[in-house]
Design a protein around this ligand. Sequence first.
Ligand SMILES: *[C@@H]1O[C@H](CO)[C@@H](O)[C@H](O)[C@H]1NC(C)=O
Ligand SMILES: *[C@@H]1O[C@H](CO)[C@@H](O)[C@H](O)[C@H]1NC(C)=O
Ligand SMILES: *[C@@H]1O[C@H](CO)[C@@H](O)[C@H](O)[C@H]1NC(C)=O
Ligand SMILES: *[C@@H]1O[C@H](CO)[C@@H](O)[C@H](O)[C@H]1NC(C)=O
Length: 365
Amino acid sequence: MLTSTIPTALLALALSSVAQAQYSLVKEYAGSSFFNDWNFYGNFDNLTNGDAIFVTADQAASQKLAFVNGAGNAIIKVDNTTTVAFNDKRNTVRISSKDQFAVGSVWVADMLHVPFGCSVWPAFWSQAPNWPTGGEIDTFEGVNMVLNSQSALHTEPGCTITGAVQTSTLVNSTDCSFQSNSNEGCQVTNPDPASYGAAFAAAGGGVYVTEFAEAGISIWFFSRKNVPASLQGNSSTVDTSTLGTPTVNYPQASCSIDKFFQPQNLIFDITLCGDADSRLSAAGNPTTFAQTCTGVCYQNYVIGPPSTYDNAYFEVQSVRVFGTSSKVDIPPSGANGAAGWAVSARLAVACFVIAAVAYVAPGVA
Ligand SMILES: *[C@@H]1O[C@H](CO)[C@@H](O)[C@H](O)[C@H]1NC(C)=O
Ligand SMILES: *[C@@H]1O[C@H](CO)[C@@H](O)[C@H](O)[C@H]1NC(C)=O
Ligand SMILES: *[C@@H]1O[C@H](CO)[C@@H](O)[C@H](O)[C@H]1NC(C)=O
Ligand SMILES: *[C@@H]1O[C@H](CO)[C@@H](O)[C@H](O)[C@H]1NC(C)=O
């Protein structure tokens, strides 16, 4: 929406013809202001048919389902104090960033704990508002008591994975189309058992990095002891060329990033169970459920002992988003469309303001 208001000359400035490794900080979600710039869903899960109510911001605060803890970290959790009556759903949280981040962005999520437990289906992911148009990038997803996280893309038909340069050899599916494989997406399992569950927390958590570039989408996972120095502390830049081979890689060769992806809203959510037609085809599906849990998802867990959910929480130290604004390549004239944006929508606003000043000033003087 914002992109159409930006002067064309400025667009060219912000465009990037090639993927870039060097990115500068454009947005930080951390500390006491972590929750300021997210929308709370405020409705039952009508997206994946989970047995979950995604509470409003007010409910999340008063029920302590989303808050900043004493250590200054964001907690996003499932209600683990209420016994839920039969036919009711359990309260949990889904938040979506107010800002959207375009091609030419990197998001770095530093977490100490991720939700797990039978019936629990958490994700840290992103999507464009008109899904499946504009695509979806699932950086981190787990379900029930599986041992490893997984990543995926979901797109309109025509995006597949070939020639990935990645450390994972656990490729579950190579067609990203929402119409294929019951919308499983092009799913890759993270080979590191410290990527999910109790092992993630025991290792001190870790860092997930998502690079959303024209050359492709890459995801790195670093368990705490492997987090590179460049991602520790509060650096205002990140250089993805120093991070080594990504855990998961979706090269543009068989999936045009500009064609299938638009600016993304970042999302944290935790749903419960969910039907067999859901994106993961996992939570709530008896076959998948039975792989790591016993009993019946809703009856034995959602309306069972609230202590089932004692581990159903994210503890997030920070989410930091970087853009390519500091390093500008002018593309060949006429090349690229609005989809070639190399800065976030937020930065685009800043550019627009500067441009407006530049245009207005002569008239004013
Ligand atoms: C889910 O519910 C919200 C609020 O009622 C509504 O705006 C939205 O369209 C619904 N989405 C779906 C996919 O049904
Ligand atoms: C994906 O593949 C891995 C390795 O073959 C397997 O362990 C895992 O269960 C698969 N995941 C799903 C959701 O099918
Ligand atoms: C990190 O640095 C940015 C400026 O680059 C600053 O706005 C932010 O408050 C810092 N965050 C922390 C947690 O120190
Ligand atoms: C609920 O979960 C939290 C961790 O998120 C834990 O500290 C607490 O002891 C659990 N139980 C109750 C009854 O709050």
